[in-house]
Design a protein around this ligand. Sequence first.
Ligand code: PFF
Length: 454
Amino acid sequence: MTDNTKKSIHGEWSSRFAFILAATGSAVGLGNIWKFPYITGENGGGAFVLVYLLCVVLIGIPIMMAESMLGRRARQSPINAMQTLAEEAKADPNWHYLGWLGVVAGFLILSYYSVIAGWSIAYVFKAFIGSFSGGDAKDMQDLFAEFTGSPLSLTFWHTIFMVTTMSVVARGVQGGLEKSVRFLMPGLFVLLMLLVGYAMTTGSYQRGVDFLFVPDFSKITSNVVLTAMGHAFFTLSLGMGAIMAYGSYLPAGDSIAKTSLLIAGADTAVALLAGIAIFPLVFSNNLAVGSGPGLIFQTLPIAFGNMPGGWIVGILFFVMLVFAALTSAISLIEPAVAWLVENHGCNRKQACIWSGTLVWFLGLGTVFSFNSWANVKFFDKTIFQLLDYLTANLMLPIGGFCIAIFAGWIMSQANSESELELSNPVYYQVWQILVRYVSPAAVFLVFLHVVGVL
Ligand code: PFF
């Protein structure tokens, strides 16, 4: 049983429902609506989606349970949580470096996440002033190219997003988050359904759906599998301690298994709906499926510019996207802020100023990689692409691998069993097999394949 007397110094969720809302807010974000469609396009469609779904079920859900459990047991920021749990298990104190890996990953991800969230804010204004009205595919491509070609605009919107995120985090995660996610999730569902409705009228609906769900296995390479697996971690916010930090505010006695299933289900539903809304538009407008990070910014505005009521739907959509990005961004920085407060005696505001400034600077690398430094490449990748590869494809799976090993092998069985409180011992065994063998082996094998050992 979780120790009821032990509480996080940062506060606690008001209920399990609040944790579900916050963790769903963390999971559902740009990863679902912006990244999932464009990487699906780049990686050939159905087969990629299938691997991604398999990874969510076999790796994502068990690791999400493990992360929430570790956080709730330790009731501290991930770095200190790993230290405490390693001591409790009489294991190597170096486990706390796992917390560090997460903090670094969170900084790096937020640095580019904020730039893309900035695009979304800019698109709220573009929607508002009618920039999409009556536009065709070419107009939207030009609009996007002109916008991302300006380092000044991108820096401006990136700054607005970072300042907003840090001021929310400075106030403490619980209150504001609970409220905003309560409106956000139903709102997003409704808008995505409307967009799916529009997609049905384009004449390419079936083609779009087939692209997403009919697998063509000839498209599968080890890098496609790595990207799909990395995305399962990214989209569920796993492998870096975000869910661990949120788990540490989870009251004792709530079911971790049910919450994890619900969160993963909602997250997957949003991603698939976004895909179903976008690909018919891609095909009906003869756009390239592999257009990259600009995909949703070049396709959805065509729908907003031409559907009845599109002006307001467009505004609402981008507003929701910004909120979805905000509730995820908060969780990317929370492990670092919680750690600064625990270990350096700063208050939340100071912790936010320090960490936010650092992330803002890092973000400039991504800003320039879309314009002035578009030709600056490392390993054939722009700074943005490199950051994305390094974090989503390497750091999160490595973090997740270690979390699975810790939860499955290092933490005592008695502790994990009592912490998870599964209603049926068979469920516990299934979870244990997944975190002990299946998830770590899957991550390991994919890595071996990518480096060419297999
Ligand atoms: N899950 C978020 C998304 O899909 O947009 C991104 C993210 C948030 C990744 C928090 C990792 C994380 F720790």
